[in-house]
Design a protein around this ligand. Structure first.
Ligand SMILES: C[S@@+](CC[C@H](N)C(=O)[O-])C[C@H]1O[C@@H](n2cnc3c(N)ncnc32)[C@H](O)[C@@H]1O
Length: 269
């Protein structure tokens, strides 16, 4: 720890530091990050302990550029109306479903009432509100619901959405809808370290199968947005006897970024 030095950050167009907390001004988005935490957002997990202890590594310019490249540069892919006042918190930068993909899923899930069980900052919710009559947008984190509400307003669809703060596992038995969309947390960037990610690793300790079971209490029409390395065999088994699943690969910039499993009548094939 001793050789780790604190470093004064140089203000730049991209970000600037103040005394204890820095505000990273990303256009209309203000991220609050601990002092001099200029590391790659991707590397945040690695330095979490150091941040807690107040010891921060030197910034590597390359990593700073990586944030710019990886997240900021893709802001319009996340939200085409980004400049009109979209708000995101740290987690949302890497967990929002990019608009093009969210739009595609929303077209496939067209119905009267849809539940977005893990609404986050509203990437999917906003697009469902454009293809469905009504959206029930749930998130356990009240801050995410604030973000989703703000972002839905930017797209002019807030009036079509009912925002609920709560745990989907608890709320599911009380809800009714035509389609349920599941985009649970993938457990941080480490999911990518496994060649095949098993369903039980999703939303542990419940597990991804239990989540599907909860959703089935509402409807059999389910779309399940999952990491690209998800165990496809398990998704097929989870369909149940004589039932099918369609697993779609979702691409952005020619790179596969996720898989969506469709159950029930959402299948195209
Ligand atoms: C991957 S993000 C969803 C991103 C969203 N699809 C979007 O495009 O903005 C997962 C979200 O699930 C929420 N969450 C985690 N556990 C939950 C639970 N038990 N019930 C409801 N929401 C939960 C998290 O707060 C997080 O916002």
């Amino acid at each position: 720890m001793e050789n780790k030095s604190k470093r004064k950050c140089q203000p730049s167009a991209f970000q600037y530091c103040t005394a204890k907390f820095q505000k990273v001004d990303m256009g209309s988005v203000i991220l609050e990050l601990p002092e001099c935490q200029e590391k790659s957002l991707e590397a945040y997990e690695e330095i979490k302990e150091d941040l807690e202890e107040g010891v921060i590594d030197d910034l590597e310019e390359k990593k700073r550029q990586k944030i710019q490249k990886k997240f900021w540069i893709k802001r319009y892919q996340l939200f085409s109306k980004f400049d009109q006042g979209i708000k995101l918190d740290y987690e949302s930068w890497f967990s929002v479903t990019p608009e093009k993909i969210a739009r595609h899923i929303a077209e496939r899930c067209k119905c009267k009432i849809i539940i977005d069980a893990f609404a986050g900052a509203g990437g999917n919710t906003i697009n469902f509100a454009q293809t469905c009559d009504r959206v029930i947008a749930i998130d356990i984190d009240p801050k995410k619901i604030d973000l989703a509400r703000n972002n839905a307003k930017i797209y002019g669809v807030e009036h079509k959405i009912e925002f609920l703060i709560g745990d989907f596992f608890e709320l599911a038995p009380m809800l009714k809808a035509d389609v349920v969309f599941l985009s649970p947390p993938w457990g941080g960037p480490s999911y990518i370290n496994k060649s095949i990610l098993n369903l039980e690793n999703i939303m542990s300790p419940h597990g991804g199968e239990k989540l599907l079971e909860q959703a089935r209490k509402i409807t059999k029409e389910i779309a399940y947005y999952l990491p690209k390395n998800i165990n496809k065999q398990q998704l097929a088994i989870a369909a149940g006897p004589n039932c099918k699943v369609e697993i779609e690969s979702n691409y952005l910039d020619d790179k596969i970024i996720a898989k969506t499993a469709y159950y029930g009548n959402l299948l195209k094939v």
